[in-house]
Design a protein around this ligand. Structure first.
Ligand code: RP5
Length: 169
């Protein structure tokens, strides 16, 4: 496990709890579709705040280019990390088992004060996938192969919508 955590990647996927993993698997899978094996960490802004701060402070030096942070409820994880790093941070709000269907996490993630942005995506699985695509879009600015893969994804999505359009009257 320790050696796995020392593995380098351009993308870190940080989740607030192991209970977030099932939804965030869509993010991990999408990154892997682009050939990116992220480092995945379970770090809580509230239960392990010191680890969160240390991770964020060392993230750029560790070689990460983008951090994806996902949490539910009072979801301060992405913001807490963003406060400690100049790397782009993408926040994924997640719905908790009980509560207002992720609206709590959405507001906690998106409503950052001026000067400390968190690029917040949609609640849940759609956001998990979009976080991965947004991370790839950031990396693709300096990686032609990723840019080409993104172009192919867009083309495939458009083709699929056109196919569905042709099936309705
Ligand atoms: C948040 O609280 C986590 O990100 C998770 O979405 C939520 C509930 O955590 P558990 O009680 O399931 O560990 O910090």
């Amino acid at each position: 496990m320790a050696s796995e955590k020392k593995r380098k990647s351009t993308v870190a996927v940080v989740i607030g709890s192991d209970s977030d993993l099932a939804v965030m698997q869509a993010c991990i899978d999408t990154l892997e579709d682009f050939g990116i094996k992220p480092v995945v960490r379970i770090i809580s802004a509230h239960r392990t705040p010191k680890v969160a701060a240390e991770f964020a402070q060392k993230a750029a030096g560790a070689g990460f280019k983008v951090i994806i942070a996902a949490a539910g409820m009072a979801a301060h994880l992405a913001g807490a990390i963003a406060g400690w790093t100049t790397l782009p941070v993408i926040g994924v709000p997640l719905a908790a088992k009980d509560g207002p269907a992720g609206l709590d996490a959405l507001l906690s993630t998106v409503q950052m004060p001026s000067g400390v942005p968190v690029a917040t995506v949609a609640i849940g699985k759609a956001g998990a996938k979009n976080a991965a695509i947004l991370a790839v879009q950031i990396l693709a600015l300096s990686d032609k192969k990723l840019a080409d893969k993104l172009a192919r994804l867009k083309a495939a999505q458009a083709k699929e919508v056109a196919r569905k359009d042709s099936t309705v009257v």
